[in-house]
Design a protein around this ligand. Structure first.
Ligand SMILES: C[S@@+](CC[C@H](N)C(=O)[O-])C[C@H]1O[C@@H](n2cnc3c(N)ncnc32)[C@H](O)[C@@H]1O
Length: 339
């Protein structure tokens, strides 16, 4: 198997949806996932103990990815890959149904402040999404030292039709043989008792409401009429447009000093997917304006991107009534999707 440096990490928008894990790991093998691996101690140990498996580490924190990447590289492990993303986005966009053999979540952020508990990772919806991506019999292991979160996890697992406990009780107070994580060490040193939830995906069919996000054609709209990009840039104001699948924020407009393009910085939030990208307005010599996606980063032409371009065109049409659309690849109707 080719050893690829685990210090390199991927982002959801860089990989195909769904990901081709066999290509990424250089072999087909059972897929294990650790969500929120933090310092990477447990992930390194998992990859070492399970050489026959492909091990995927998912983490949102870039410093954590750097530290864990160095550990994995020093350990010379070739069966682990890292993704920098929110776990829900990885599950949703990269993982096919019934593709994960095991998932570990050690000491997820407890969000202890009053009113912040809605930010916790593990709830009914997350367990449904997880269930849709796990194989029947796949192992789910969760640990926490936070009393209130433990109660929430226990209640969600008990309510879930998709998981069954592997122990006689919903959680156990020790899990001998497993490596102690950094947060677990802190909890033990401070006298808190971690709870370990050893559960298993049962054979109940998963909900069919988490499709892999669809990608559309690259958006491309051509406008003709009396409007110049200087004036468009001057009239631009930040704005927000909601649509039935999420929200679009137009943040700022920038003018290129070299080729005259106008770049509209745009944030698109669709379910667990978030993209910050540039919508580009390019002048043609014949006076037409072409609107498309700027080649900055790894923009993916999702439905939200088509909605964003449609909203931008709506705004332009309202501000410059002389503009007419002469060509459009947009899948989303103008105006209809705004509400
Ligand atoms: C309390 S730390 C625990 C770290 C490690 N598992 C341990 O036990 O030492 C929680 C970790 O989860 C990561 N995290 C939080 N929300 C996440 C999400 N939605 N997706 C992926 N990682 C997440 C955080 O960046 C942090 O590193």
């Amino acid at each position: 198997m080719a050893i690829m440096s685990p210090a390199i990490w991927y982002k959801v928008e860089q990989l195909p949806w769904p990901a081709d894990w066999a290509a990424l790991f250089g072999r087909a093998a059972p897929l294990l996932m650790e969500i929120g691996f933090g310092s990477g101690l447990f992930l390194t140990d998992l990859a070492r103990r399970r050489p026959e498996a492909n091990v995927l580490g998912v983490e949102i924190s870039v410093p954590a990815l750097r530290r864990a990447g160095r550990k994995l590289e020093r350990a010379g492990l070739g069966n682990v890959r890292l993704i920098q993303a929110d776990a829900a986005a990885v599950l949703r966009a990269l993982c096919l149904p019934a593709s994960l053999s095991a998932v570990v979540i050690n000491f997820p952020d407890p969000w202890p402040k009053k009113g912040h508990d809605a930010r916790r990772l593990i709830d009914d919806e997350f367990l449904c999404l997880l269930a849709s991506r796990m194989v029947t019999g796949g192992l789910l292991d969760i640990a926490t030292d936070h009393d209130d979160y433990a109660a929430q996890i226990e209640a969600a697992l008990r309510r879930s039709p998709h998981f069954a406990g592997r122990a006689a009780t919903p959680f156990v107070l020790s899990d001998p043989g497993r490596l102690t994580t950094k947060y677990e060490r802190v909890a033990l040193d401070e006298g808190r008792t971690p709870r370990y939830f050893p559960w298993r995906r049962n054979d109940a069919p998963a909900a069919d409401r988490f499709p892999i996000p669809q990608e559309y054609a690259m958006p491309h709209v051509v406008l003709r009429g009396a409007a110049d990009l200087d004036e468009i840039g001057r009239r631009f104001r930040p704005s927000v447009a909601e649509f039935d699948g999420g929200i679009v924020r137009f943040i700022e407009a920038y003018r290129s000093l070299t080729d005259g393009k106008l770049l509209v910085e745009t944030y698109i939030h669709e379910g667990p997917l978030r993209q910050r990208l540039g919508l580009e307005l390019r002048p043609r010599l014949n006076g037409e304006i072409v609107i498309g996606l700027a080649e900055v980063g790894f923009p993916r032409p999702t439905r939200g991107v088509h909605v964003a371009v449609a909203r931008l065109v709506d705004w332009l049409a309202a501000e410059f009534p002389a503009l007419v659309i002469v060509n459009s690849t947009l899948k989303e109707n103008h105006a209809d999707d705004a509400e």
